[in-house]
Design a protein around this ligand. Structure first.
Ligand code: NAG
Length: 218
């Protein structure tokens, strides 16, 4: 390795060890800080809440083929997500900062991204729903509806909020992400003061954690 590469590497480690991120850390269920680009399951923090992970569902019943909606999954884990902070140099995911949330891969059926966004979708009831098809990165007014934040709840776990700071001149919208029942399933949508509490579980989790979860849900 030449000396400039070594210097770059050293600088990289300095930056990644920088504790002065712009907010308090968010922790996963192992007590480790939440990291950008790493896969986690978002699970209900409420024990015995039925299917506790999140997945993507088409709402054929509502006459909508695409996009797909973020829904409570029937399986324990559902799909993993990755968090991508608006601040691309952030080494960790901090509380109260703008992040994109993404399910893995690309939705070939809808020909869209699996990045979360909020929107109204007629003819569904007038709720702002969380769906796929958002845009990653590029913070600003044109991507306002693609940014979420993680906040502490009063009880156990965290909540997701839609309260973007990526656009200073935009009207400040702040709502909790909650669970709204629609035609046989729970979908994520914006609510006032009724957040659904979550915990973040590493996708590659130790065997012990799996056993505890299976016990609780069995
Ligand atoms: C982005 O993250 C870096 C690294 O944590 C931090 O030093 C910087 O202040 C952050 N920028 C903003 C605008 O918050």
């Amino acid at each position: 390795m030449n000396s400039s590469a070594a210097a770059a590497l050293f600088l990289f480690f300095l930056l990644s060890a920088n504790p002065f991120t712009n907010g308090s850390p968010v922790f996963d269920t192992d007590g480790d800080e939440l990291l950008p680009g790493v896969q986690y399951y978002i699970r209900s923090a409420m024990p015995g809440a039925g299917g506790v992970g999140l997945g993507l569902e088409s709402l054929f019943a509502g006459g909508i083929r695409c996009p797909k909606f973020v829904a409570q999954s029937q399986s324990i884990n559902g799909l993993p997500v990755t968090f991508r902070p608006a601040n691309t140099s952030a080494a960790t995911v901090s509380l109260s900062t703008d992040v994109n949330i993404e399910f893995p891969g690309f939705d070939a059926y809808c020909r869209s991204s699996n990045t979360w966004r909020v929107s109204l979708f007629e003819p569904l009831p007038g709720v702002w729903w969380v769906a796929n098809g958002g845009e990653r990165g590029n913070p600003g007014p044109q991507t306002l509806f693609n940014w979420f934040k993680i906040e502490q709840t009063e009880g156990w776990g965290y909540k997701l909020v839609f309260c973007p700071s990526v656009c200073e001149s935009c009207v400040t919208l702040c709502n909790d992400v909650g669970r709204i029942y629609y035609e046989t399933r729970f979908l994520l949508g914006l609510t006032k003061g009724a957040p659904w509490p979550f915990v973040f579980v590493k996708h590659l989790q130790p065997q012990g954690v799996k056993k505890v979860v299976q016990k609780q849900s069995g």
